[in-house]
Design a protein around this ligand. Structure first.
Ligand SMILES: NC(=O)C1=CN([C@@H]2O[C@H](COP(=O)(O)OP(=O)(O)OC[C@H]3O[C@@H](n4cnc5c(N)ncnc54)[C@H](O)[C@@H]3O)[C@@H](O)[C@H]2O)C=CC1
Ligand SMILES: O=P(O)(O)OC[C@H]1O[C@](O)(CO)[C@@H](O)[C@@H]1O
Length: 374
């Protein structure tokens, strides 16, 4: 079996690539990092270390292509692929879509495209961008043979500090959930995938617990002066606030999906313990990256906070505190943080928040953030 995976970064190599290799796929990684591509083609393998266990896995059957310089080869690889996956970041999906469209158009048999990004409906977002690159007739042709099932991916893979460029250290835990309804042909035979009929409860539980909790730890940690996530979460004051924020998202999730309360709180505890892994060096600036995306209306802070407000007619004080901390996140090496701070400087933090989160002026959440910032 053959796979093409866009994005040979942390999650690409450390999670998706490893699970594809376990399922006996040969994987072509498509990236823009020439150094990574060269290494992949020289070694055709790399190591995945499981943090805190001393265990490691060798991933074989891999190679690399550049998404611009090797365009024709990428198209050919897509033509031959049984499965196409991505882990490039939500904003990059639009950039890879034209090339993906070219390859999909030339394919003969059925295949599936699975976006493995931290966003709700990632594969559908990618499909929308692919559609923009095709005529109506071409869309029809591609629709007959290609599925775009949505997915949720969960594994903490920090930025890497190894001497070897390809080696990647990951947490042992992982979860890859794929929605069955949009799959074309047979389901990819990958034992690491959990197939579900309805992804929504899974992706929301994951995004509004793992990612909300992580973002809360990062923004509060940055505010308190911590560099590493594990340092931030071992500060009791931060941990209590993170737990508070996750109780609020938990209240929304329990109300919406009927999760059992005690089980959900055990899930929260388990997630927090993953942030504490002493063998994971994970900087608050990686987890807090792209604060404008993280403050957008469908993402991990504002969506559960506005749903909490609507459901319970009160504002979630811990999430509001995290949102206020995110508005003060001024990391100069982060393009979105710089852009956010420029907006804060120009419009003031409350108006900046309202604009980024696309909320009405009189929304209770806007008022609560205003009070928090006073
Ligand atoms: N790192 C993690 O723990 C997790 C990350 N994710 C999601 O996975 C996605 C990727 O995240 P990471 O792997 O952490 O980021 P990363 O920055 O390590 O990897 C992204 C890769 O995409 C490549 N890329 C950028 N533009 C490209 C283009 N036009 N064509 C092909 N490749 C391109 C980059 O060179 C890089 O190698 C994000 O959506 C993230 O939210 C999801 C779960 C866990
Ligand atoms: O990848 P994003 O959406 O910028 O957010 C970082 C988050 O993604 C992860 O890398 C994996 O879920 C978490 O470590 C963190 O919560």
């Amino acid at each position: 079996m053959k796979a093409v995976h866009f994005g040979a970064g942390n999650i690409g190599r450390g999670f998706i690539g490893a699970l594809l290799a376990d399922a006996k796929f040969d994987t072509v990684f498509v990236d823009v990092n020439q150094e990574l591509i060269q290494e992949l083609n020289e070694k055709n393998s790399y190591t995945v270390e499981l943090a805190g266990t001393g265990e490691a896995e060798t991933v074989t059957g891999v190679s690399g292509l550049h998404s611009q310089a090797d365009e024709e080869k990428v198209v050919q690889a897509i033509v031959e692929a049984d499965l196409i996956t991505t882990a490039v970041g939500p904003h990059v999906l639009a950039m890879i879509a034209p090339l993906l469209a070219k390859g999909l158009l030339k394919k003969q048999g059925t295949a599936n495209v699975i976006a493995c990004e931290n966003v709700i409906g990632g594969s559908h977002i990618l499909k929308k961008h692919v559609w923009e690159a095709l005529t109506e007739e071409e869309q029809h042709q591609v629709n007959q043979k290609i599925g775009f099932p949505n997915a949720a991916v969960d594994r903490i893979v920090p930025d890497q500090t190894n001497d070897d460029l390809l080696t990647v250290k990951v947490e042992p835990y992982y979860e890859w959930v794929v929605e069955t309804k949009d799959i074309h042909g047979t389901r990819p035979d990958i034992s690491g995938i959990t197939y579900v009929d309805d992804l929504e409860p899974y992706i929301e539980r994951k995004l509004f617990t793992v990612n909300t909790g992580h973002a809360a730890t990062a923004y509060l940690g940055y505010q308190y002066g911590y560099k590493q996530v594990k340092e931030a979460i071992s500060d009791d004051a931060i941990k209590e606030k993170v737990k508070g924020a996750l109780s609020e998202t938990g209240a929304v999730l329990i109300e919406k999906y009927g999760f059992e309360r005690d089980q959900h709180h055990q899930y929260i505890e388990k997630i927090i313990s993953r942030f504490e892994n002493p063998d994971l060096l994970d900087e608050v600036t990686r987890v807090g990256r792209a604060p404008m995306r993280k403050l957008s209306k469908e993402d991990r802070l504002v969506k559960p906070a506005s749903e909490f407000t609507a459901l319970f007619n009160e504002t979630p004080s811990h999430l509001v505190e995290v949102i206020a901390a995110a508005l003060q996140y001024d990391v100069t090496s982060d393009q979105e943080a710089v852009q956010l701070q420029e907006l804060v400087e120009k419009e003031g933090p409350v108006e900046a928040f309202r604009e980024v989160a696309e909320l009405e002026k009189d929304h209770l959440l806007v008022k609560a953030v205003q009070e928090q910032l006073q």
